[in-house]
Every structure is written in structure tokens, then in C-alpha cells.
Design a protein around this ligand. Structure first.
Ligand code: SF4
Length: 172
């Protein structure tokens, strides 16, 4: 019999992991957190999810609980008040978990850099996978950030196939 990990045959465990990855890439659940933004970026995120830009066509779903979310979409610099909450939200997410920082304030502190109540940018508090620059970034840029993350999560073979399909004259 093949070696077992966590009591499951290795082949069965690999198949389960492949299904979990396929589900995550095709239907990522997002949780949104404002760690001190002026709300400009948050309005763009909501517009991104609404029918005009329709991020949901990629399977993404905004969810109200970090306990069921795969991706933390975070805006703003991090204020003293929000720091502990940001860490708590991140820690409540099940692994593997990913962070998309939306807006210039989340990258450098932006307009709020150096303010008395700011402890830093998002990357100073939780690990960030994708940064989306802009003040605020347009919905197209936010969609691009999420798609970049999902592309990175795909297995190499699926990534090559998607790139081929996206190339001019590639398969639809
Ligand atoms: S990047 Fe611009 S819109 Fe977004 S939180 Fe900062 S100041 Fe507001």
C-alpha cells in the first residue's frame, strides 16, 4: 500500500488537494477590511463587485466572515485603532490565505504617511501577496490584482494553458 499522510493514501490526498486548489482558484471568497482608508478605495471595491465590472464573473464572492474567506482585500494605511483588528481578521482566516492591498495608502501610507495615528502600511502588519496601486485604483486595476493572484495560484500546467488561451489568436 502507498505511504499515508494524515491517515489517507498519498494518491487520495493529492486528488483532494487538487480539488481544493481548483475550487479556490475558480471560486475565491473575499473578505473586505478597511484598516484606515478614506473610503475612496472601498467605494471602488464595491463598484468592482457590482454588475458593471462584475468581479463575480470570475467566481469571486464577497463574504462577511474571515473564517470562510480565502482572500483578504484590505484598504488604507493601518491606524493604531485598526492594527489589532486587522491582525485578528487575518488570523481568523483559514490557511492557505492571501492578501490583496488596494490603494496607495496600503502600499506606503499614501496621503496619511507620517500621521500621528498611523502605524504603517498593510505589509507592515500582515503579509501581502498583491499590491494594487492608485488613489483610488480603478475597478479594472482591482480586477487585475485579483486575477494576478488567482493566476499565481494555478498549477503551472493550467497557467500555461490560460496564457495560451489569452494570447492573440489563442483558443477561447
Ligand atoms: S489610496 Fe486614496 S482613495 Fe485610497 S484610502 Fe488612500 S487616499 Fe483614500
Amino acid at each position: 500500500m502507498a505511504a499515508t499522510v494524515h491517515g489517507l493514501p498519498a494518491a487520495f490526498r493529492r486528488a483532494l488537494e487538487a480539488v481544493a486548489l481548483w475550487s479556490r482558484v475558480n471560486s475565491p471568497w473575499l473578505v473586505h477590511f478597511n484598516s484606515g482608508s478614506c473610503n475612496g478605495c472601498d467605494i471602488e471595491i464595491l463598484a468592482t463587485l457590482a454588475p458593471r465590472w462584475d468581479l463575480e464573473r470570475f467566481g469571486a464572492k464577497l463574504w462577511g466572515s474571515p473564517r470562510h474567506a480565502d482572500v483578504l482585500v484590505c484598504t488604507g494605511p493601518v491606524t493604531r485603532l485598526a492594527r489589532e483588528r486587522l491582525v485578528r481578521v487575518y488570523e481568523q482566516m483559514p490557511a492557505p490565505k492571501f492578501v490583496v492591498a488596494v490603494g496607495s495608502c496600503g502600499i506606503t501610507g499614501g496621503a496619511f504617511h507620517g500621521c500621528y495615528n498611523i502605524v504603517g502600511d498593510i505589509g507592515d502588519v500582515v503579509p501581502v501577496d498583491v499590491y494594487v496601486p492608485g488613489c483610488p485604483p480603478r475597478p479594472e486595476a482591482i480586477i487585475d490584482g485579483v486575477i494576478q493572484l488567482l493566476t499565481r495560484l494555478r498549477p503551472p500546467k493550467a497557467r500555461r494553458h490560460a496564457a495560451k488561451a489569452a494570447a492573440p489568436g489563442g483558443a477561447a
